[in-house]
Ligand binder design. Structure first.
Ligand SMILES: *[C@@H]1O[C@H](CO)[C@@H](O)[C@H](O)[C@H]1NC(C)=O
Ligand SMILES: *[C@@H]1O[C@H](CO)[C@@H](O)[C@H](O)[C@H]1NC(C)=O
Length: 415
């Protein structure tokens, strides 16, 4: 009798333990993925994403042996990821995982009101401006807009050509961060007349909306412009070189030039911020597209793109979306070596960067990922009358802060 009772108890205990472990294992599956620590990128997925040869080059160990230059190729996380993501470190997850279902459901809601316009922007110069500089910004980045206004983004005449500027903004996603945003934008618009503000939330995944709305705006309010440069606020742009390059082109012909990425594959790694499920994009490769740091287009291409983009379904990565529009009008974007929208990572370039050699920048058109002070410094060094770059990109003396007036910033020659 006692033996049987003991046996029953043991049996019950064993069953209970089994039940508990079963429950526990089920529970583990129920924990949402987003709550788990993001594991290091599995090496098995990396080669797949490194479809772009330049991505592979970026990830090369050679880069690591070069001392980190001051002008940092600390490429913006978004940029790297947009292009091919798996470089050395995986990008972090967004605060809130991107909701594809929500995105797909709201995809047709793509017309938002223009809250602040500059309808006369392109009418001030007879015949229209030669170059319109359109810069993506967010309201909070007032200091970045200021430095762009004071340096490469100045309105006026460069090499005899008229340059105009606009900033492209949406409404801030967190309005508590900048309670004064409406007043600020109103004042900025009054003072500089360079603000375009649309009534959509300014988030990374809404940059495609910015693209579409800007192109529509340009087609409507700036149809007489000859060329457009579209870029970010953290780039340095050598406007003189761009004007020089564009003067050799016809604005009524197609032109789309930038740092073109070919054969990039959609990221199918769920944990990536840039994950695109097959239901959203079924092909294995993206069309050729330009890195968002900066690219050039002609008036003719702007008008065609503005129409084409209206017919392309919204896609959350704006650079790729524009690539889709280009594909639709059958236009092949042109890669230009002067566009370093990836920052400068070429190991051989590092010594120049370390010394902040303006002669090195003299030959470039767009360099991405610069800090406010770096943009200011580079622009001033490049516009110094003392600058002489006759020696073929040789760094004689490393750049240093000097007490003498030698490196004193010069006033703008643009007037
Ligand atoms: C907005 O920013 C404030 C201050 O940084 C923060 O406390 C709040 O949680 C943020 N709200 C959202 C919705 O992100
Ligand atoms: C884009 O903006 C709209 C309008 O403000 C907003 O409803 C939507 O959530 C935003 N989408 C993303 C992906 O941020």
């Amino acid at each position: 009798m006692r033996v049987r009772l003991k046996g029953d108890v043991i049996c019950t205990l064993l069953l209970l333990v089994a039940l508990c472990s079963l429950l526990y294992s089920q529970l583990e599956h129920l924990v949402p993925v987003g709550n788990k620590e993001l594991p290091q990128q599995k090496p098995s997925v990396a080669p797949k994403a490194l479809s772009d040869p330049r991505a592979a080059w970026r990830a090369m160990p050679a880069e690591a042996t070069v001392p980190r230059p001051r002008v940092t190729p600390v490429i913006r996380r978004t940029e790297v990821a947009k292009k091919r993501v798996q470089t050395t470190t995986p990008p972090a997850l967004t605060d809130s995982a991107f909701n594809f279902k929500h995105y797909l459901l709201n995809k047709d809601n793509r017309n938002f009101k223009l809250l602040v316009n500059q309808p006369r922007k392109c009418r001030r110069t007879p015949g229209g401006p030669f170059l319109l500089v359109a810069i993506k910004s967010v309201i909070e980045d007032f200091d970045r807009r200021e430095i762009v206004r004071k340096t490469w983004g100045r309105e006026g005449v460069v090499n005899g050509e008229q340059i105009q500027r606009v900033f492209l903004l949406g409404t801030p996603k967190n309005r508590t961060v900048l309670a004064t945003w409406e007043t600020l934008i109103h004042q900025e618009s009054q003072t500089y007349r360079d603000i375009l503000l649309w009534d959509f939330m300014d988030t990374f995944f809404n940059l495609t909306l910015k693209e579409i709305h800007f192109l529509s705006w340009a087609a409507e309010f700036c149809h007489n412009v000859k060329f457009i440069f579209k870029g970010d606020t953290d780039v340095f742009v050598n406007v003189e070189n761009i004007v020089d390059f564009l003067e050799r082109h016809n604005p009524s012909e197609d032109l789309f030039v930038g740092d073109i990425i070919y054969n990039a594959r959609p990221i199918r790694v769920r944990k990536s911020k840039y994950y695109i499920p097959e239901t959203m994009y079924g092909l294995s490769m993206y069309p050729a597209y330009a890195g968002g740091g900066g690219f050039l287009l002609s008036s003719c291409t702007m008008k065609k793109l503005s129409r084409a983009c209206r017919e392309v379904e919204l896609f959350p990565i704006d650079d790729v979306f524009l690539g889709m529009c280009l594909q639709r009008i059958n236009l092949k974007p042109i890669l230009h070596e002067g566009f370093k929208t990836f920052g400068i990572v070429k190991p051989s370039a590092a010594p120049h960067l370390q010394t902040f050699d303006p002669c090195f920048y003299k030959d470039l058109m767009v360099v991405h990922s610069l800090k406010v002070a770096e943009i200011w410094l580079m622009w001033n060094l490049l516009h110094s009358p003392r600058l002489s770059c006759t020696q073929k990109k040789q760094v004689k003396k490393p750049f240093q802060w000097k007490r003498k007036a030698q490196t004193t910033p010069q006033a703008s020659p643009l007037g």
